[in-house]
Write a protein that binds this ligand. Structure first.
Ligand code: SF4
Ligand code: SF4
Length: 367
C-alpha cells in the first residue's frame, strides 16, 4: 500500500480487499465507505451524501483496519489493495451507540421527526431506533438555535434538531454554488446561519430546497409539506417530471388520497440527481388553489362568463378560423403553459403544427 492509502493493484490488475472476511474488488480511488456500501450497505452515517465531498464529521462510519491502531472514518479513507477491513465488530457498535447518544442529546424535543419534513429527515430517527438510544444520557447543553420567526413560507429553520453535520452548508456550496448559509462559532455555540445572521430571503438563498432534502434530522424542513401533516392518509410517492422548464427534473410527487401535499426531488433523477429549483420544489400549490378555474369562460358583451365546453370550443374554433382566413396560417401563434401536463403541451404543439401548418408554437419549458 502506498503512503496515501491508494491501491498498488493486484497481480491481475484488479485491486481487492477483505471486507468482513470476504474478498471483494474495488475501483481505484474509491473510499472504504463506498466499497462497504456496495457490498454490505450496513455502515451507518449521518454526514454523508453521495453527491458531496466526504467530510468525516459524524464518525459513525468508522471501521477497523488490520494493522491500524485506531478505527478510521471509512468515508474519508481510500481503499487499498490487500486491506483487511471489519465494519461491524462489538467495539465499533459500542462506539457508534455512544456517538448516537451524543447526537440524540442535541435534540431537546426528542428524535421523533415528521417524515414530511424532507427526504433524509428520518436518518437520525432510524439510527436512534437501530441503536435503541435517546438523548437522556448526555442531556445538557445543545448547539443550534431555531429561527421559527424566519418569515419565508417555504423552509422551516428548526435548528434545535441540528447535529452540525454541515450537509446543508455543503450542498448549498458544492451543488448549488450559492454559499447562502455557513457555520458560525464552534462547540455548543455552533450555528448554521446566513450572512449577518439574517433571514433566508435577504441572503443568497434561491430556495432550491436542497438543504432541506439532505438534512438528516429534519432541522431544515419543507414548510409547505408540513402544512398537510394533519390530513388523513398515508403519503404516497409518484414519480413524474417537472413541467416548468426544459431541464426535465425528475420529481416524486407526494400525495394523500387525491390531494397533492408536497414535491421531492428524485435522488436518482438522471437530469437533476436530487436537485430542483424553487419552482419545482415549492411551486405546486396552484394545482389545488381555490381560485383556480374549473370551467371554461367565454367573453359576452365584454364580460367573462362561465360556459359549457361545447360553447367554449366552438368560440375558440371560430376565432382561429377567422384569423387564418383573414391573415393566413402564419398569423396563428400557440403558447402552451408550463403548468399544464406534458400530454397537454404535446397536444397543443400537434394542434398548431398539424392543424394550421405553422411552427409558431412556444412553451416556457423551452427556456
Ligand atoms: S441543519 Fe441539518 S443538514 Fe444542516 S448541519 Fe444541521 S443537521 Fe446537518
Ligand atoms: S434552499 Fe438552496 S440556496 Fe437556499 S440555503 Fe438551502 S441549499 Fe442554499
Amino acid at each position: 500500500m502506498s503512503s496515501d492509502g491508494s491501491s498498488n493493484g493486484s497481480s491481475n490488475g484488479s485491486p481487492t480487499l477483505t471486507l468482513d472476511g470476504k474478498v471483494v474488488p474495488f475501483e481505484t480511488g474509491e473510499t472504504l465507505y463506498e466499497v462497504a456500501r456496495r457490498h454490505t450497505s450496513d455502515v451507518p452515517t449521518l454526514c454523508y451524501d453521495e453527491r458531496l465531498e466526504a467530510f468525516g464529521a459524524c464518525r459513525l462510519c468508522v471501521v477497523e483496519i488490520e494493522g491500524f491502531r485506531s478505527p478510521v472514518a471509512s468515508c474519508t479513507t481510500h481503499a487499498a489493495h490487500g486491506m483487511n477491513v471489519q465494519t461491524k465488530t462489538e467495539k465499533l457498535e459500542k462506539h457508534r451507540k455512544t456517538l448516537m447518544e451524543l447526537v440524540c442529546s442535541e435534540n431537546p424535543r426528542g428524535v421523533e421527526i415528521d417524515p414530511m419534513r424532507g427526504h433524509a429527515s428520518q436518518e437520525m430517527t432510524d439510527l436512534a431506533q437501530r441503536y435503541a438510544v435517546d438523548g437522556t444520557r448526555f442531556e445538557g447543553a445543545q448547539s443550534g438555535q431555531s429561527h421559527p420567526d424566519d418569515p419565508n413560507p417555504m423552509i422551516l429553520r428548526d435548528y434545535d434538531h441540528c447535529i452540525s453535520c454541515y450537509r446543508c452548508v455543503r450542498v448549498c456550496a458544492e451543488q448549488e454554488g450559492d454559499y447562502a448559509i455557513s457555520i458560525a462559532n464552534r462547540g455548543f455555540q455552533t450555528q448554521i446561519t446566513t450572512e449577518f445572521n439574517g433571514f433566508l430571503k435577504g441572503s443568497e438563498c434561491t430556495f432550491c430546497g436542497q438543504c432541506v432534502q439532505t438534512c438528516p434530522t429534519g432541522a431544515l424542513a419543507d414548510n409547505r409539506a408540513l402544512q398537510h401533516t394533519r390530513e388523513p392518509g398515508e403519503v404516497e410517492l409518484t414519480r413524474s417530471i417537472c413541467p416548468f422548464c426544459g431541464v426535465g427534473c425528475s420529481v416524486d410527487i407526494m400525495s394523500k388520497g387525491d390531494k397533492l401535499v408536497g414535491v421531492r426531488p428524485a435522488m436518482d433523477g438522471p437530469a437533476n440527481e436530487g436537485a430542483l429549483c424553487v419552482k419545482g420544489q415549492f411551486g405546486w400549490e396552484w394545482v389545488q388553489h381555490p381560485e383556480r378555474l374549473k370551467n371554461p369562460m367565454v367573453r359576452k358583451d365584454g364580460v367573462l362568463v362561465e360556459a359549457s365546453w361545447d360553447e367554449a370550443l366552438d368560440r375558440a374554433a371560430e376565432g382561429f378560423r377567422r384569423v387564418r382566413d383573414t391573415h393566413g396560417r402564419h398569423a396563428i401563434y400557440g403558447v402552451a403553459s408550463g403548468r399544464a401536463p406534458h400530454e397537454s403541451a404535446f397536444s397543443v404543439q400537434k394542434f398548431i403544427r398539424a392543424g394550421f401548418g405553422t411552427n409558431q408554437i412556444d412553451n416556457c419549458s423551452r427556456a
